[in-house]
Design a protein around this ligand. Sequence first.
Ligand SMILES: C[S@@+](CC[C@H](N)C(=O)[O-])C[C@H]1O[C@@H](n2cnc3c(N)ncnc32)[C@H](O)[C@@H]1O
Length: 246
Amino acid sequence: MQTNNTPKKPINETNAANATNPAKSGHHRAIKSFVRHHGRLTSGQQHALATYWPDFGIDYTGERLDIAAWGFSRAVLEIGFGNGESLVEMAAAAPDTLFIGVEVHKPGVGRALMLAHEKGLKNLRVLEHDAVAFIEHMLPDHCLDRVQIYFPDPWHKKRHHKRRLIQPDFCNKLQRVLKTGGVLHIATDWLPYAEHCLTVLAEMDNFANQSAEDFAKPDYRPQTKFERRGLKLGHEVRDLLFVVTN
Ligand SMILES: C[S@@+](CC[C@H](N)C(=O)[O-])C[C@H]1O[C@@H](n2cnc3c(N)ncnc32)[C@H](O)[C@@H]1O
């Protein structure tokens, strides 16, 4: 608090502070679904990022990608692939489908590149960026057969619920990039998050719930690292599938 003894800030300093304060400058920083942890890279991950990025990496440019030019009839986007193990396994099992993985955690991206190189994959591309911006700015309309979001950060506390990835605005963005008949596949081990997803998507006009009655995992989805962690803690897993109808 400023007292009479505290000298007032010079006017230009006050303006500079306002310019970087989004609330005061009127520029709102979008709420992010992640917190960037600058985890240490192993030498293997460093090597993979330096060596295999040209084979698998997509640089974030903000320009629309011409995905059709890559020559795959099917395309799948995975948001938040973690260490990439399950994504690489899925890509290896479906060589005719293009898999695009987006993750903000650099060590995970490095690990995915190592695994993709080991398997000699030709159908995987990865980005190290916020998936929300990638979808909005770089993906063309109706280019995806499936969007998969496996064990998204549940943001347990009520005051953090706004950070959850699954929100009406975001689902509208997904609907634009999914083909008609395309699938949004979410898996979670946090039941309140499963309920949150069911509520949000029930309100959307263009998504039909096609989850199994017991929310069982489809055969094509491998177990993920976070899923194993959740199961060890005794959590139940729900697989939620929503089909784009328009
Ligand atoms: C709980 S982890 C699950 C990782 C993996 N799917 C698994 O099941 O093992 C969630 C991941 O989503 C990533 N993530 C969250 N929001 C993201 C966003 N907007 N764009 C890209 N990645 C995101 C986080 O960095 C984190 O690695």
